[in-house]
Design a protein around this ligand. Structure first.
Ligand code: PEP
Ligand code: MG
Length: 324
């Protein structure tokens, strides 16, 4: 089967009834950035900047960060690269910046940390903007947003970085800026957020964790953690409809997007851009090429009528058995 899928990897991700999807990749450390990957994707939907930070011995300086970011942006140019600002805290600790808390996933995490340390955010954003000079394929994504004030504060800092670089004689353009939709509160503030930013990126991993109140890494409750919980699917569906109504480009970059059944459900909801780990690409592409958009919307409709995660899983397995 995988040999079969390999053969398809250069074919477009289009359904039999001609509905086109954009597949992007999630990166952190070096991935296969060869020309072959580039021709098969729409860009990088999520570059997790905390990953390279985890293997250094201290916060990398502006010059060092600029080199890392330049390498990513250059490898994928002219395709867009969505760089997320540092998302530490929760399960991701830097050895040189330990955070000890009783409830790390509800604590000092993502944008909360970097707004408390604006110098960290400023260095990072300056490095990104400098790295993008002449390429202009940078987009900046803000993680763990739970409040519009965080967005306003971050935008102020990004604007300040742009002004500073301008004063230093560099010609930097303003990148597109987006917010991660991963804290349930943001689902109810999409309109307010849409007035502030250019795009949304749905973090289905954290959205699942926070909607279900299940620690995504705790084996004791692992069975309760399921992005196919009907409540999560309904939230995602409403989000797809609402972001379309608002005209905000919205992609999904959590694990659900890299799961063929999940990808079909997301397609049925109306999401057109999915970002996933490189190894998931061929299976998701194959699913899209085999299942019509019409069938995906029907699958979604059937699924949304079910009451429990288990029923959803069983139903998906049954319906998709043919090509899985
Ligand atoms: C997510 O939460 O779904 C996501 C993509 O971000 P991370 O897994 O890095 O928290
Ligand atoms: Mg997340």
């Amino acid at each position: 089967l995988s040999a079969l899928l390999e053969n398809e990897q250069d074919l477009p991700s289009v359904t039999p009834d001609n509905h086109s999807m954009t597949l992007m990749v999630n990166t952190g450390l070096a991935v296969d950035t060869g020309a072959s990957l580039k021709s098969r994707i729409g860009g990088v939907g999520l570059y997790r900047t905390e990953v390279p930070f985890m293997i250094t011995e201290r916060f990398p300086g502006e010059q060092e960060q600029m080199r890392m970011y330049r390498e990513q942006l250059e490898s994928f140019a002219p395709l867009p690269v969505v760089m997320r600002t540092l998302d530490i805290g929760g399960d991701k600790d830097l050895p040189y910046f330990p955070i000890e808390e009783a409830n790390p996933f509800l604590g000092w995490r993502g944008i909360r940390v970097t707004l408390d340390h604006p110098e960290v955010l400023m260095v990072q954003v300056r490095a990104m903007l400098r790295a993008s000079q002449g390429l202009d394929n940078l987009q900046i994504l803000l993680p763990m947003v739970s409040n519009v004030e965080e967005v306003d504060d971050a935008l102020r800092l990004i604007n300040r970085a742009i002004d500073e670089l301008g004063e230093e004689g560099l010609d930097v353009s303003r990148p597109l800026i987006g917010v991660m939709i991963e804290v349930p509160a943001t689902l109810y503030q999409l309109e307010a957020l849409s007035r502030r930013v250019d795009f949304f990126s749905v973090g289905s991993n954290d959205l699942t964790q926070y909607l279900l109140a299940v620690d995504r890494n705790n084996p004791r409750v692992a069975e309760l953690y399921d992005s196919c919980h009907p409540a999560v699917l309904l939230a995602l569906y409403q989000l797809a409809v609402e972001s379309q109504r608002l005209g905000v480009p919205t992609s999904v970059c959590g694990e659900l997007a890299g799961d063929p059944a999940g990808a079909l459900l997301l397609m049925g909801m109306g999401f057109q851009t999915l970002s996933m780990n490189v190894p998931s690409l061929s299976r998701v592409r194959a699913a899209i090429r085999r299942v019509s958009f019409k069938a995906a919307t029907e699958l979604l409709k059937e699924t949304l009528a079910l009451d429990s995660p288990k029923e959803v899983r069983n139903h998906l397995n049954l319906r998709l058995k043919g090509w899985k």
